[in-house]
Design a protein around this ligand. Structure first.
Ligand code: NAD
Length: 249
């Protein structure tokens, strides 16, 4: 697919992990991808071997940078068919140990970033009758003593998705939320202790972590025409963990 018919996806947190795999999955489907990340060297390295991408350095938690990114896209991109709000940070800790600075750091990227990006690209998404996929987490589906900031940020993203689906449906925009189970990315491996890893392997019916590609496939499906009547859904991609009712490790 090329020229006027080529679709454009904007993927945040695209320099590595699930965001990079999602970029590759869109490219394989013939889409063009605007890769957004705040880590400039990692973004440059990730984008270098890929054809059909436009890397843009932007911290999605910073309103000024998001405005600049949106102005750049308005000049360079004639359409935005999908927005994948994937950029995220993890910080595991209980209420007793999470000071306000840690709380804000998590909220700024995981929640403010989704709000700012969605607002900045709302008009473009409406013009294209596009799709939004927000990446939350199974940590936003149930409480755990370790995740006061992370879990709360992801539960809020879940609800923000419902708001987006309700508000933007009349413009033909669909919004869905993907809640990954554990995937062995840099983010997860920084907070998953050996005990957590072992507990997940036992508790997950498929007895393993997911792969970045398994998440990317579902994200791309939700942005595609094949999901044209799917909106306002919270979809766990977690090897069946959520079905068990077992508490988060
Ligand atoms: P990752 O750390 O491998 O990649 C995250 C990317 O986001 C990085 O390139 C980072 O530079 C970028 N980023 C972070 N903050 C940013 C900001 N403010 N602005 C722009 N870019 C920013 O992480 P991942 O595991 O691929 O996670 C992707 C998403 O999936 C996150 O939202 C995460 O919370 C969610 N998730 C991951 C897991 C897991 O086990 N890996 C589980 C549940 C949910």
């Amino acid at each position: 697919m090329s020229g006027a018919a080529q679709k454009t996806a904007v993927v945040t947190g695209a320099a590595r992990g699930i965001g990079l795999a999602t970029t590759r999955a869109f490219l394989a489907e013939g889409w063009r991808v605007v890769m957004i990340d705040r880590d400039a060297p990692a973004l440059e390295e990730a984008a270098a071997p890929l054809a059909g991408v436009d890397p843009v350095v932007c911290d999605v938690s910073q309103p000024g940078q998001v405005d600049q990114m949106a102005a750049y896209l308005a000049e360079t991109t004639d359409r935005v068919d999908a927005l994948v709000n994937n950029a995220g940070v993890a910080d595991f800790g209980p209420l007793a140990e999470t000071d306000f600075a840690r709380w804000r750091t998590v909220m700024e990227t995981n929640l403010d970033g989704v709000f700012l990006m969605s607002q900045a690209l709302r008009e473009a998404l409406c013009a294209a009758r596009g799709a939004i996929v927000n990446i939350a987490s199974i940590s936003g589906l149930r409480a755990s003593t370790l995740r006061v900031a992370y879990g709360t940020s992801k539960a809020a993203v879940k609800h923000l998705t419902l708001q987006q689906a309700a508000e933007l449906g009349e413009f033909g925009v669909r919004a869905n939320c993907v809640c990954p189970g554990p995937v062995a990315t840099k983010l997860a491996m920084a907070v998953h202790t050996p005990d957590i890893i072992a507990a997940y392997h036992d508790a997950i019916p498929l007895n393993r972590y997911g792969t970045e590609e398994e998440l990317a496939n579902v994200i791309c499906f939700l942005c595609s025409e094949k999901a044209s009547y799917v909106t306002g859904q919270i979809i766990a991609v977690d090897g069946g963990f959520e079905a068990t009712g077992i508490g988060l490790p």
